[in-house]
Design a protein around this ligand. Sequence first.
Ligand code: ZN
Length: 88
Amino acid sequence: MKLLLLILIVYLAYRAGKSWLMRNLQAPARNGSLNPRIDDVMIKDPVCGIYFPRREGVEMRHGGQTHVFCSPACRDRFLEMQKENKRA
Ligand SMILES: [Zn+2]
């Protein structure tokens, strides 16, 4: 009975270690980011059309979608545009 418990513990430790290793291989911990997967994705600013790394962008949720802008100025401009669209 003791042996079975030992095997179980070793197995769980092996699994935990493997998943920990996989996580570290897939996304090296950097800056303590919560979204390491999208860290280095280049995306286009919908307002000025510039390409920039997503992690440096300004995120905003709007209408059930997440928009990312190169700067708070572009975010504000986007909001202005949305208002104008609604008025028209
Ligand atoms: Zn921009």
